[in-house]
Write a protein that binds this ligand. Sequence first.
Ligand SMILES: [Zn+2]
Length: 263
Amino acid sequence: MGERKVLNKYYPPDFDPAKLPRGKRPDHNSMKVRMMLPMSVQCKTCGTFMYKGTKFNMKKEDAQNETYLGIQIFRFYWRCSACAAEITMKTDPQNGDYNMELGATRNYEPWREKEQVTALNKAQREEEERGNAMKALENRTLDSKREMDIMTALDELQSLSARHSHVTPDQALAAIKRSGGVPEDEALAVEDEELIRQMLAQGRSKRLEDDADDDRAVSASGPGRPSGRSTGGAGPATAAEQNAADDPVLDVGTDGLIFSVKL
Ligand SMILES: [Zn+2]
């Protein structure tokens, strides 16, 4: 087993590679290749679509007497996956692409048409500007004018965007106020008043309903009852302070509800 996988490539000193027997190349230099379709095609015989990237065993050969600037053009043969009809295509070195030759049609590709139109326009322009300095100047002037128009439109959009992005909430509220919205302080004051009234009403009803004994205890200590509660104008904090000083029976919670305390 010692002779397995040995790199025994001994070349004698008189080795001449020119004397090696040459294998005969097939006609048109053809060979079998495994290749993906470079574009989607439809078989002309049965209408089957074969999509870009489908792998086929193709036969590749040199297209006879067809070159582009000295680059050999190759032809590929393969068979339709459904009906086995022969389909051929050729390389297109001019556009770095492939051309369908027989048996199938290439699917419509909108970007190719766009590129073709662009290339055509460019070629036309070069043609009309050749030897015509006035035309070239005119085209350049039109180009710069178009560019300036685009830049102006872009500037306008950017400044508009910047103006809108710098508005703070305070500025927005001020703008609403200026435009005749509800006066802020007054609306807040009304809202607060309503909230306090609700809270006090809840507290009073709860105290009366929950515990009759506590209610009697509160009534007995009459003079010490905080006056702020009856008017509703004073805040809960004020009521609580007064309670703590005058009335040992009552305790007003921080949330405005009145709880009874048994001593
Ligand atoms: Zn077919």
